[in-house]
Design a protein around this ligand. Sequence first.
Ligand SMILES: [Zn+2]
Length: 377
Amino acid sequence: MAYTLIKTEHSARRGEFATPHGTVQTPAFMNVATAAAIKGGLSAFDLKEIGCQVMLCNTYHLHLRPGDKLVAELGGLHKFTRWDGPILTDSGGFQVFSLAELRKITEEGVTFRSHLDGHKIFMGPEESMQIQANLGSTIAMAFDECIKNPAEHEYAKDSCARTVRWLKRCKTELDRLKNEGKAVNPQQMLFGINQGCCYDDLRTEHMKQIAELDLDGYALGGLAVGEPTEEMYRVISVVEPHMPKDKIRYLMGVGTPGNIIEAVSRGVDLFDCVMPSRNARHGHLNTWSGIINIKNLKYEKDETPIDPQCDCPVCRNFTRAYIRHLFKADEMLGMRLAVMHNLYFYNHLMQRIRDELDAGTFQAFHDRYVTLLDSRI
Ligand SMILES: [Zn+2]
C-alpha cells in the first residue's frame, strides 16, 4: 500500500506516501517546475535546500519542448534535471484546454494547435500516457477533459462519463507500456482525477466510479478555476466521504496558504500551485504575519530579513533593503531569492501543518492562521 494514514484530527490527515523515488510526508506541497525548471532560476540542488519533497512538471510543455522522446533518450526527467525525489507529471489536459489553440474533442481525444508554433497535435489518453512514460515521472496523471466552469449540467455529465472511459484507457495503456518495457520508470504510478464542476450529484457519482479502478491516488480537478472559494471548499467536503481512505488525495492547482490550511482540514493530502513562485517574481512575499510587497518604499532601509520567523537561506543571509534594491534594479538575483523564500515558506508551512497534526493541535493552528497568512500587510 503506497499511502499510510498515520493520524487524523477531525477530517485532516497526517500520512506517508511511499513512491519508487522516496517517501513523501503528507500533507505536502509539490513545487511546480513547468518546463523541468522552477521559474525564477532554481535548480534541483536548490529544491533540496528549501525542503521540497515533490517536483511537478508539465507534460504539454515538455512534449512541445524539448520533446518527450528526447527526454527519454537522455534517461528521463530524473536524470535530465538531477532531481532524485518524486516527480509528478500532469496529463497535459489542463494546458491543452487552457493554452492551446483549439480544439476538436472526440471520443478518441483532442486535436489542437501548439501555442508555440501552431502545428497540429493530437492527444488522447494513450498519447498522454506515452508521453508521461517517456518523461519517466514517479506519478502520471490521467488525461481528462477540463471543461469550463460553470458548465451546463448535461454537458458536465457527458464529460464525466467520457473522463471515466478515458481513465480506463489511461490505465490499460500505462500497464501495457510498463509490461512491454516502454516506460522509463517501470514502477510509474497513476492518479485518477475527479471532475463534475460544482454539481454534487456528478462529483459524487464520478468519484464512486473512479474509486473502483484501484489507482495509486485520486485528485480533485476542475476546482480553483474561478468559482468562489467557499464553493470549492463545499465541493471538497461533498466528495471527500467518497474518496478511498487508504489512497492519497490531491487538490490540483491550489492555492494560497489559507486555501491549503482549509483544504487540509477537509481531508486533502497533496497540493500544487504556481502562486508562490509567480507571486515571488512580482515581489509579493509570504510571511508568518501575512503577505508583503518587497518593492514598497518602506523597505528601502529595512535591514531585517523578509520574515524574521523564516529560517530559509535567503532570510538567514539577506535584508529586505537588499532584495528590494535587486527588484528595483531588475537584477535577476532578486527574483531568484524571492522564489526561494516563497517556496521554502510553502514547504515549511506543510511541515508545520504536519507537526501540528502530530501534536493534535491542528485545529488551533487552523483558526490562528487560515485568514492571517493570506492578508496583505
Ligand atoms: Zn525566508
